[in-house]
Design a protein around this ligand. Structure first.
Ligand code: T46
Length: 136
């Protein structure tokens, strides 16, 4: 599995850091939605679904968390601990976010507006979909 992590360019000076993200320049899709999660309760696991067509970039702009990516063949855990790192998640990828620090703020840039019908929340359904070319 290829993990795509963007390293955004901080515009730092004596006052501190600033990161600017532009669609199609820094982000490989049109940004139709931004959301973020914070005050995540200790021990909680979020996500646990895939998307049919949504693409996203996750940035832990404060604190840290981990993301499990699963393409139905391989799983990888990616730590997010820097505000200049962006994890790209394509569609057809099962994701789980966990190990949130108390101060974690996880920002998500999304290619589409919210649409519940784009979610695949059943792992067996996801697994069959991504492995449909494999006959057992
Ligand atoms: C994803 C991961 C990384 C909305 O009303 N609008 C929105 O844009 C979103 C994202 C959520 N919601 C509502 C739906 C639920 O009632 O907020 C509630 C929590 O959403 P959800 O349980 O889907 O949150 P996560 O953290 O499990 O998943 C979210 C995204 O939904 C998902 O697309 O890839 O973050």
């Amino acid at each position: 599995m290829q993990v795509i992590k963007y390293m955004f360019q901080p515009h730092g000076d004596e006052r501190g850091q600033l990161i600017a993200l532009e669609e199609f320049n820094d982000i490989p899709f049109r940004i139709k939605r931004i959301y973020y999660m914070y005050d995540t309760v200790e021990g909680v696991r979020r996500g646990l679904h895939a998307h049919k067509s949504l693409e996203q970039i996750l940035v832990c702009i404060n604190g840290s968390c981990k993301v499990l990516l699963d393409n139905g063949k391989e799983k990888k855990v990616i730590p997010l601990e820097k505000p200049y790192e962006g994890l790209y998640i394509a569609n057809d990828m099962w994701r789980e976010m966990f190990d949130f620090s108390n101060d974690a703020v996880l920002l998500v840039l999304a290619s589409e507006v919210y649409d519940e019908s784009d979610y695949i929340r059943n792992y067996d359904e996801f697994f069959k979909m991504v492995n449909k070319d494999i006959t057992i």
